[in-house]
Ligand binder design. Structure first.
Ligand SMILES: NC(=O)c1ccc[n+]([C@@H]2O[C@H](COP(=O)([O-])OP(=O)(O)OC[C@H]3O[C@@H](n4cnc5c(N)ncnc54)[C@H](O)[C@@H]3O)[C@@H](O)[C@H]2O)c1
Ligand SMILES: CC(C)[C@H](C(=O)O)[C@@H](O)C(=O)O
Ligand SMILES: [Mg+2]
Length: 353
């Protein structure tokens, strides 16, 4: 059977980390005798330059046809001045919205061999293995009305959630918790925000359907601290869009680098896979980016889209072994120390599949 994967290399380091994931994909196909056909489309600044649109029609058609999509990153400082409707980041949100991917799974773990690479004490981070389930299509990112007043002296965004929006992402989190440690933490700001009060009430009401899952709640400010103090305490963490965006970058620091974090965005149809990091413009074109987040995202393609748990584990084990054996990209070495390049790191992972 031939599987299809849509590739969106995007901007900055995006094409380099996607190319790294492709090298690993080829190794997986050889080992497991799979055939995967890849097709690449433009998005973001690259698409704006080539097609005058951040999310061109042919890219949209490919991404909404039901096949999994692997995105590198988007973002280009040359276009930061554009108004919101034309912004590259607005194109990324349009991609996610068009694919209907409301549950963004962002796993973060401590890596054996990287104990000295985080600012945290290894005895606190060792054993960290958590997944943030970030609601991806609601909240402040999409709420209307939004805008800047005509006199330019004030601006506003709307934080909005419906019961249905909370239920569909909470269901993913409850089921994930059931398949793991049976513990679910929901993070909100219910002491201040009505959206969070609705969020908490909805999640509490659903808990009866999952009596085997122990549900806990924390306010987002307290959890931001606890994630740094005690990351090993947490397993599945459910939260709304903006809180999840911020907390997942913090989880990147707990792991050692944002470049290590993969993600899977799931909905009722298609699935979008992307490293958590952005286009890191200062690293682009230098073969220095860490491709682990993109390679880990490929593992998630196998796990969630292709029912390929063995393949996913093979990729994750090869990644862990490469890191354990001391191969580190520039983000993980001390200044002046020799680093493994992005492309070389990918080859090392591929050899270990
Ligand atoms: N999913 C996405 O496409 C996505 C995500 C985040 C940011 N962005 C966009 O990317 C651009 C840059 O944003 P930013 O600087 O805030 O975030 P960023 O994630 O690009 O970079 C943050 C920091 O992490 C480092 N970093 C990120 N990825 C790395 C990797 N793979 N290897 C080594 N180091 C890595 C960068 O050098 C930088 O120091 C912006 O245009 C932003 O909107 C896109
Ligand atoms: C670039 C931006 C729109 C995006 C987000 O906020 O979702 C990014 O920060 C992420 O974490 O994927
Ligand atoms: Mg982010």
């Amino acid at each position: 059977m031939t599987r299809s994967l849509v590739l969106l290399p995007g901007d900055g380091i995006g094409p380099e980390v996607v190319a790294a994931a492709e090298v690993v994909l080829q190794a997986v196909c050889r080992k497991f005798s799979h055939q995967v056909e890849t097709r690449s489309f433009t998005i973001g600044g690259a698409a704006l330059r080539a097609k005058q649109s951040v999310y061109p029609d042919e890219t949209r058609a490919a991404c909404t046809a039901g096949e999994p999509v692997l995105l590198g990153a988007v973002g280009d400082p040359a276009f930061d001045h554009l108004p919101r409707e034309q912004k590259i980041e607005t194109g990324l949100l349009a991609l996610r919205f068009s694919m209907g991917v409301y549950a963004n799974l962002r796993p973060a773990r401590a890596w054996e061999g990287l104990e000295d690479a985080t600012p945290f004490k290894p005895q606190r981070t060792a054993g960290t293995d958590l997944i943030i389930v970030r609601e991806l299509l609601g909240g402040l990112y999409f709420g209307e009305p939004r805008g800047i007043a005509s006199d330019g002296q004030s601006a506003y965004n709307t934080m909005k959630y419906s019961v249905g929006e909370v239920q569909r992402v909470a269901r993913v989190a409850f089921l994930l918790a059931r398949s793991r440690s049976k513990r679910l933490l929901s993070v909100d700001k219910a002491n201040v925000l009505e959206t969070s009060q609705l969020w908490r009430r909805t999640v509490n009401a659903m808990a009866a359907e999952y009596p085997d899952v122990a549900l806990e709640h924390q306010y987002v400010d307290a959890f931001a601290m606890n994630l740094a103090l005690n990351p090993t305490r947490y397993d599945v963490v459910l939260t709304e869009n903006l809180f999840g965006d911020i907390l997942s970058d913090e989880a990147g620091a707990v792991s050692g680098s944002l470049g290590l974090l993969p993600s899977a965005s799931l909905g009722d149809g298609g699935a979008l896979y992307e490293p958590v990091h952005g286009s890191a413009p200062t690293l682009a074109g230098r073969d220095v980016a860490n491709p682990a987040g993109a390679i880990g995202s490929l593992a998630l393609v196998f796990r969630h889209s292709w029912k390929g748990e063995d393949e996913a584990r093979a990729i994750e084990s090869a990644l862990a072994r490469t890191i354990r054996e001391g191969h580190r990209t520039a983000d993980l070495v001390a200044p002046g120390q020799k680093a493994t390049s992005c492309s070389q790191f990918a080859r090392l992972v591929a050899e270990r599949i």
